[in-house]
Write a protein that binds this ligand. Structure first.
Ligand code: MN
Ligand code: MN
Length: 302
C-alpha cells in the first residue's frame, strides 16, 4: 500500500511528461504545415512513379542520353532537374526533367538576377547574369520558372545559369513558350506524367556571347516530351506512347508562329545533336516511338 502510494505521483509525472511531449510534437507539426503554403502539393522528388530508376533521380527516368560532341561535360543532378553541362560551350547539352501537376504551385517567380551555379566543378566557367546583358538574346529557361512553383527552393533552382540557353526573344516568347504552355496543359489539366528533355542544336561555327565571348548560341532549340498517364514511368512506355518532338529556329520574326509547325521526330533530333535519347527505353520501342510525329494528343493544342 505504502509503495503504491509512492509510485502514483511518479507515474503521474511520467504521464505529464509523455503528454507534454506529444503536445509539443503535434504543435511542431502543425506549425510546420501551417507556415508552408505548399503542403497540399506532393513533394515533387519521388512523385508518383513506383520504382526508383538506376540513375537515382526521377528526372532521368527515360535514361541518361549518350553520345554528343565529346566536349568536356558534367552531369549535374539536383532535386529539381538533371542536366549535362558543356564546359566548352558554357551551356547545357541537354536538360532532363519530370513534370506533372505536383510541380505547379503558388510560389512567385524569383525576383532579381540569375545565379552562377554553385554545384559546377571549379574548372568550369560559371556563367553570370551579366554575360547575357545586351547580347540580343533572352536568358532562355530550359526548365521553365512556372514549372517549378511548388516551393521557393524549387523556383530559385530554375534561375541557375546552367539552366539557360541564349534564345532570341521571338522564340522564347513565341512558339517555345506555347509548347511550354501545352506541357502545362497536359500536366495540370490532363493529369499527364511528362518526361521532358530539351536543349540546343549548334552549327560548326556557332555564334558566341558573354563578357568573355565563351557562351555558345544555338541555331535551334529542341524539345522531347514523353507523355504518360498519371503514375507511369519508363516501364510503361510502349510502341503506342505519345512522344512530342520539336526543333525550333533561334531567330526573330517567329513570335506568332504555332509550335506544331516545328514538330519533328526524336530520330531527327538525335541526328542533329549526336545524342541518343530515351536510352532507358528498350531498343525496339525506341525505334517505334522515335520515328513517329505525334498526332493524337497534339490535336488538343490550339
Ligand atoms: Mn522561356
Ligand atoms: Mn533514342
Amino acid at each position: 500500500m505504502a509503495r503504491a502510494k509512492q509510485t502514483l505521483p511518479r507515474n503521474l509525472a511520467i504521464l505529464v511528461v509523455v503528454v507534454g511531449l506529444g503536445v509539443q510534437i503535434v504543435t511542431t507539426c502543425y506549425k510546420k504545415s501551417d507556415t508552408t503554403p505548399s503542403t497540399k502539393q506532393q513533394p515533387p522528388s519521388t512523385a508518383s512513379t513506383a520504382t526508383p530508376n538506376q540513375t537515382g533521380t526521377i528526372h532521368l527516368e527515360m535514361g541518361i542520353p549518350t553520345g554528343g560532341d565529346g566536349e568536356p561535360s558534367y552531369l549535374l543532378k539536383r532535386k529539381q532537374y538533371a542536366l549535362s553541362y558543356n564546359g566548352t560551350k558554357n551551356v547545357p547539352n541537354w536538360v532532363s526533367y519530370h513534370l506533372n501537376a505536383s510541380y505547379f504551385g503558388t510560389v512567385e517567380r524569383k525576383q532579381g538576377q540569375f545565379m552562377p551555379d554553385p554545384d559546377l566543378p571549379p574548372q568550369f566557367y560559371k556563367v553570370r547574369h551579366q554575360d547575357y546583358s545586351n547580347s540580343g538574346f533572352d536568358r532562355g529557361h530550359m526548365v521553365r520558372s512556372e514549372e517549378r512553383t511548388a516551393t521557393r527552393e524549387d523556383n530559385d533552382a530554375t534561375f541557375y545559369t546552367t539552366n539557360l540557353l541564349p534564345q532570341r526573344h521571338d522564340l522564347n516568347a513565341g512558339p517555345w513558350l506555347r509548347l511550354e504552355e501545352f506541357c502545362q496543359f497536359l500536366a495540370v489539366r490532363k493529369k499527364k506524367e511528362l518526361y521532358i528533355i530539351c536543349g540546343g542544336i549548334f552549327p560548326k561555327n556557332y555564334q558566341t556571347i558573354g563578357k568573355q565571348n565563351n557562351i555558345a548560341v544555338p541555331s535551334h532549340c529542341f524539345k522531347i516530351i514523353v507523355v504518360l498517364e498519371s503514375g507511369q514511368g519508363v516501364r510503361d512506355v510502349n510502341e503506342n506512347t505519345t512522344v512530342i518532338a520539336a526543333i525550333m529556329p533561334n531567330v526573330e520574326g517567329i513570335k506568332k508562329e504555332q509550335w506544331r509547325q516545328y514538330q519533328t521526330t526524336v530520330d531527327e533530333i538525335e541526328q542533329q545533336t549526336g545524342y541518343d535519347f530515351l536510352t532507358a527505353v528498350p531498343q525496339k520501342i525506341q525505334e517505334a516511338i522515335e520515328r513517329r510525329i505525334a498526332t493524337s494528343l497534339v490535336a488538343m493544342a490550339q
